[in-house]
Write a protein that binds this ligand. Structure first.
Ligand SMILES: Cc1cc2nc3c(=O)[nH]c(=O)nc-3n(C[C@H](O)[C@H](O)[C@H](O)COP(=O)(O)O)c2cc1C
Length: 130
């Protein structure tokens, strides 16, 4: 298993229609590839956590990195992991569309605090909760 987590800046003139398209595409594609995690967008920034089989994730991330819909990609985690922490949160890859959903993810992470990577992920979620 592998985990990649990053933040990035959305292209400044990105439209709601483009975002909706990206969210639907990502949710379906990742769920079909058995990739779990979250994608959220707030104040022009993306935050994504991806968990899945290593080669699958690396191939996907090569595409994501060159996607012109965002830039300033800052990788927070890119490492092997013992288990998928988001697999028990939802059976699908999760697009986080509201503060309430983000809070429920926080509560979920509180319950599994001792799992690997959780403290990093909680740390980067914090600014998005404000
Ligand atoms: C912020 C951001 C996050 C993305 N996340 C994913 C993702 O998790 N899964 C995915 O398949 N594509 C994601 N994409 C889209 C990819 O960059 C790329 O367009 C897509 O994987 C192309 O897939 P295809 O070449 O298989 O058609 C993301 C794009 C952006 C801008």
């Amino acid at each position: 298993m592998h985990t990649i987590c990053y933040v990035s800046s959305a292209r400044p003139n990105i439209t709601q229609k483009e975002l909706t398209h990206l969210f639907n595409f990502t949710e379906n594609k990742n769920t079909s590839m058995n990739i779990t995690g979250i994608l959220l967008f707030e104040s022009g920034k993306f935050l994504q956590v991806l968990e899945g089989e290593e080669s699958l994730l690396k191939n996907l991330f090569e595409k994501i990195e060159t996607d012109s819909r965002h830039n300033n990609i800052f990788v927070i985690l890119n490492k092997k992991s013992k288990r998928k922490i988001f697999a028990n949160y939802a059976s699908r890859f999760s697009i986080v569309k509201s503060k309430e959903e983000l809070q429920s993810i926080e509560s979920y992470l509180d319950l599994i605090e001792d799992a690997p990577n959780v403290k990093y992920i909680k740390g980067i979620l914090e600014p998005f909760l404000l």
